[in-house]
Ligand binder design. Sequence first.
Ligand code: FES
Length: 156
Amino acid sequence: MQNKLTIQEIKKVLLKYNNSRDNLINALHELQDKHTLNYISNQIMDECASYFNLTKAQVYGVVTYYSMFSTKPKNKYRIYLCKSPVCTNMGSEDILNYLNDKHKISLDNTDNELFSLERVECLGRCGKAPSMMINKEVYTELSPEKIDKILNDLKS
Ligand code: FES
């Protein structure tokens, strides 16, 4: 798996933006989304600093200020399992245990290259609980069978 953006790929993204500092956040969003490991690498910060005429410390300040940016590599598929009351009542703990036991995906497992797991507050799909989001897609009415299908589809 390619796990970084090349300098050429970073520059190609940056050239889509006017080099006004106002565009830094949008460029960072796109660069993070394009990075296989979904984070803002040192190289991305260097290239952004140079392109937007900022110091690296200024770019770092922006990246660390906003919670949607990460300075650490993430897994390809990031699972966000709802832990709010409705989903909990509808079995999200069973889903958590199933992910742990059957798929070896757990909250503290950093060895899994493909999947990471986090608990999050309500995803706004309480009517079809339990719910989870993988990257930006929400999945509802989860069951062990549905988890198997979703994960197998992503792996294939
Ligand atoms: S409580 Fe889980 S989606 Fe709202």
